[in-house]
Ligand binder design. Structure first.
Ligand code: CU
Length: 146
């Protein structure tokens, strides 16, 4: 009984820490809407020059600023940012409630890749789904507006 309460407390603390981490992403919202997005990946986060775009062609130019390989997925989903259910150390693709629109597969430290997509209106997450990376914070909310 006591052990269970301690475990629940630990989960609550971790969740609070994650939400606090997500709050930092709010700064990007000040940059507004752009369809020409610059992004950066590192341990552990995804940052972009804007967190919203208009419906249509959106170009992501993404640099791996980390110390290990990362991938960049554009996921359309209404699931809360950072809350996609994991199966082990990553979320399954495909999975209910989300659509992986496209991705830049794992790419090397210090390199830059581009991904140009035609995006519909809706809520998205820009993520890395390599083992452990999503859980560690590599997710960013993104919105496409009409
Ligand atoms: Cu990663």
């Amino acid at each position: 009984m006591n052990i269970r309460i301690i475990r629940i407390s630990a989960v609550a603390l971790i969740s609070t820490a994650l939400f606090a981490g997500c709050g930092a992403d709010g700064n990007a919202a000040e940059s507004g809407i752009s369809n020409d997005i610059t992004g950066h990946l590192h341990e552990w986060g995804v940052e972009t020059s804007a967190v919203a775009a208009k419906v249509g062609e959106v170009k992501f130019t993404v640099t791996n600023d980390g110390t290990i390989g990362h991938e960049f997925l554009v996921v359309k989903t209404d699931i809360a940012v950072g809350e996609i259910p994991l199966d082990g150390d990553h979320f399954p693709e495909p999975a209910d409630g989300l659509e992986v629109i496209d991705e830049i597969g794992e790419f090397k430290v210090g390199t830059t890749e581009t991904l140009t997509l035609n995006l519909e209106a809706g809520k998205y997450q820009l993520v890395c789904n390599l083992p452990g990376h999503y859980k560690n914070g590599m997710h960013l909310g993104f919105e496409v507006v009409s």
